[in-house]
Design a protein around this ligand. Sequence first.
Ligand code: SAM
Length: 268
Amino acid sequence: MVATPIGNLGDLSARAGQTLREVAAICAEDTRRTRTLLAHLGIDTPTLPLHEHNEEAMAARLVARLAAGESLALVSDAGTPLVSDPGFRLVRAARQAGIRVSPVPGPSALVAALSAAGLPSDRFVFEGFLPAKAAARRERLAALAGESRTLIFYESAHRIVESLADLRAAFGDARRAVLARELTKLFETVLDGSLSALQAAVEADADQRKGEFVLLVEGAGEDAGAVLAEGRRVYALLSAHLPPSSAARLAAEITGAPRKALYRVGTD
Ligand code: SAM
């Protein structure tokens, strides 16, 4: 399992280079992209496509090659394989077949972002990408509003504005957050502030909506957690007599909890 750079090619480790040179073949999410990286490194090891659409079918063939004594590498387009990237099924199949699976660690956007964010890092949750559909995304965020650990999300340029707005609605204006953009690349920026300040910064500057993003949000402190719990208790009482939207609005007004975090009472 070979980690590759998330932008800056200087981040490829010596051992990653050596491994990619020595294996019989390199399984790659996008063989064209990987061949560009290999050309840059002067490596001509053959590549094989392994992506989410063929992984199930390829796993058995690759395990047979490994069982026959071949050594294979797996890389993704960028960063560490399996982290919001293909490979889990192959690794599981290989391990079940008694084949040694060994990591060649290196860059991953989530760890890079966490290391530069200045948010509590002793405990954190990686949520990967939020759901693409607005309703599912809001439901997921409502379920996470009381989470006390630092939250880490991956996000793409075309959804960053909506996701920030939904985060703000679910977690409240004041929750601290960090937006890490284009890490290790020319236009790297790491913005920190309240969710409302970050949303305003991204809406005001089109450049801040370009590229690749890791979004980190500080966990709910004890106070925020207690306010949310109280908001949900009041919502549960009111919703027995009122429509959900009125119950949530009133419970939010009474307790100060973010309104959108109240709808999922009793389900998480
Ligand atoms: N396997 C990769 C890793 O270890 O980080 C992640 C792959 S995932 C398909 C791609 C997402 O990772 C992007 O949409 C973005 O959220 C994040 N990402 C990758 N490179 C990044 C970078 N240089 N700066 C910020 N985020 C990045």
